[in-house]
Design a protein around this ligand. Structure first.
Ligand code: GUN
Length: 283
């Protein structure tokens, strides 16, 4: 039986530290760190994620504002909102919850968030800095995964890391982070032939496909580290992209769903918000 990588426990520990830091910073600058989340439309999963982010901020002493826009919002209105938040010196972090409706150019609006307040690390400057190996705001899910590996003393150096999924949110930044940590990287995606042959070679397998239980023991090398980024709802139950019951007896380490990567994403969002606060206020 694999060791369970307990993201929930690590996230709670991080959040306690963040809460203490927030208190100190609020006193030092006589100003409260403030995250603004923009939610467009009524996607139930997004609504639930945004509620979780808001609750986590409040618990940590970070001010949270959620701005809700209808799914018909004009791109120009969203742009004006982002520009005004960029210039608002009471705001330290700006997050546009994805997905957004198709009539809005996602890449264009994300790139208008000032790099200083870009808690998701999605703007071009932060993406470029990460890819160059420079200090950057890093997308929360991949950042959380690196913190889990560190916590369990899993050294990526020289390991073959196979990532399934090439999204801007997870796959691509994950590859950059693991490359920086001296892994050898393979990225698989929907057009990859013989995914199983690739994943069977992985010392560290990171799965972000969005298809429930797709990866079972037949995809996994004995003794591998398996990180499951999936959050799927099957018959009302949260399920990962990895078939946990099948994988747990072949992997050496595995993240559960729920309680693995998900809680770390939120903890890293709080962490990134404090990073922005310090950079902005210490300037
Ligand atoms: N939707 C799903 N994951 C994320 C994320 O990490 N950031 C944003 N902004 N939207 C998301």
């Amino acid at each position: 039986m694999a060791t369970i990588l307990d993201g929930k426990a690590l996230a709670l520990k991080l959040r306690e530290n963040i809460k203490a830091d927030t208190k100190k910073l609020t006193e030092e600058f006589n100003k409260q760190p403030h995250l603004v989340v923009i939610l467009v439309g009524e996607n139930p999963a997004s609504q639930s994620y945004v509620r979780s982010k808001e609750r986590a901020c409040i618990k940590a002493g970070i001010k949270s504002t959620v701005i809700i826009k209808e799914s018909t919002v004009l791109e120009s209105e969203l742009i004006d909102l982002i520009l005004s938040l960029n210039n608002d010196d009471t705001v330290h972090g700006i997050l546009l919850q994805l997905p957004i409706p198709k009539h809005i150019d996602e890449d264009k609006v994300l790139n208008l968030i000032t790099p200083l307040k870009d808690v998701d690390g999605f703007c071009n400057e932060n993406v470029a800095r990460l890819n160059k190996g420079q200090s950057a705001l890093v997308p929360c899910t991949p950042l959380g995964i690196t913190k889990i590996l560190e916590e369990y003393n899993i050294d990526p150096t020289g390991k073959h890391c196979v990532i399934i999924g090439r999204s801007q949110i997870v796959g691509k930044p994950m590859a950059s982070l693991m490359l920086k940590r001296n892994s050898t990287i393979t990225i698989c995606h929907s057009k990859t032939k013989n995914i199983r042959e690739m994943t069977k070679q992985a010392d560290i397998l990171i799965v972000a496909i969005g298809r429930a239980n797709m990866v079972d023991s037949t995809y996994i090398k004995p003794g591998a580290v398996v990180i499951d980024v999936g959050i799927n709802r099957v018959d009302g139950k949260l399920t990962g992209d990895v078939d946990f019951e099948s994988a747990k007896d072949i992997a050496a380490y595995i993240t559960p769903v729920p309680g693995g990567v998900g809680p770390m994403t939120i903890a890293c969002l709080l962490d990134n918000t404090l990073t922005c606060f310090k950079k902005i206020e210490r300037n």
